[in-house]
Design a protein around this ligand. Structure first.
Ligand SMILES: N[C@@H](CCC(=O)N[C@@H](CS)C(=O)NCC(=O)O)C(=O)O
Length: 222
């Protein structure tokens, strides 16, 4: 049986994305947690950008970049999470390509060092939320992006919508409620067991601690 090892920082959303796909596939896997400030030599040797996640397969092959890892898992382990229709698959991949922009804009305020920077970052949040709202409004019902079938795209956005929810409880951002389709999608993703590596309250406390330790403007509210 293939052995999967996910090299991780505990609160990394990109790791979480890969972990969700592994859970959706129902395959056993292990985490190997490393510290951001103390990355071991063996890790640097297998991670060209020194980033997590790395998926180590049978202690033989190392894959990096969460998108490549998820696509690999989807190609090699049933059930297929990407839509079978090529047009739908292309649309799903297009929205997966947008994920880094979405993530940076939606969670950017978590890195702002002053209230001024925070307000500026918050002003960028509506644009990505609005784009996803528009995309969802053109789909046929929910609860997931492709309707009733859960997909790689759902797995990709779940960690970032979860962090938005965490931030909204640290300091009310008040943006998501303007986007009903996105709010419903977020609720469905956060309710899905595969989203969670840790019990949700425990993980929220870990995330808050990460933001507090960052010594940014939001830290005072954590
Ligand atoms: N594009 C990468 C992003 C991964 C990423 O940014 N990981 C962060 C942790 S959440 C990291 O390893 N940062 C270390 C660094 O930038 O030096 C992916 O999708 O895997």
């Amino acid at each position: 049986m293939t052995e999967y090892l996910l090299v991780s920082f505990k609160t990394c959303p990109w790791v979480q994305r890969a972990a969700i796909v592994l859970r959706e596939k129902g395959v056993p896997f292990a985490f190997r947690q490393i510290e951001r400030d103390n990355r071991p030599d063996w890790f640097v040797a297998i991670s060209p950008h020194r980033k997590v996640p790395v998926l180590r397969i049978d202690d033989r092959v190392s894959l990096f970049e969460s998108n490549a890892i998820c696509e690999y898992l989807d190609e090699t382990i049933a059930p297929r999470l990407h839509p079978s229709d090529p047009v739908e698959r292309a649309l799903n991949r297009a929205w997966m390509d947008y994920l880094p922009t979405f993530a940076a804009k939606v969670t950017g305020c978590a890195y702002a060092e002053s209230q001024e920077d925070f307000d500026r970052a918050l002003a960028f949040v509506d644009d990505p939320l609005g784009k996803l709202e528009q995309a969802l409004s053109q789909r046929s019902g929910g609860p997931y992006f492709n309707g009733t079938s859960y997909s790689l795209l759902d797995a990709s956005y779940a960690p970032f919508l979860q962090r938005y929810a965490f931030l909204d409880r640290v300091y009310p951002l008040g943006r998501l409620e303007h986007f009903p389709n996105l709010s419903a999608w977020s609720a469905a993703l956060l309710a899905r067991p595969s989203t969670h590596t840790y019990p949700p309250e425990e993980f929220e406390a870990m995330y808050r601690e990460t933001v507090r330790a960052r010594s940014v403007w939001l830290s005072q509210f954590c």
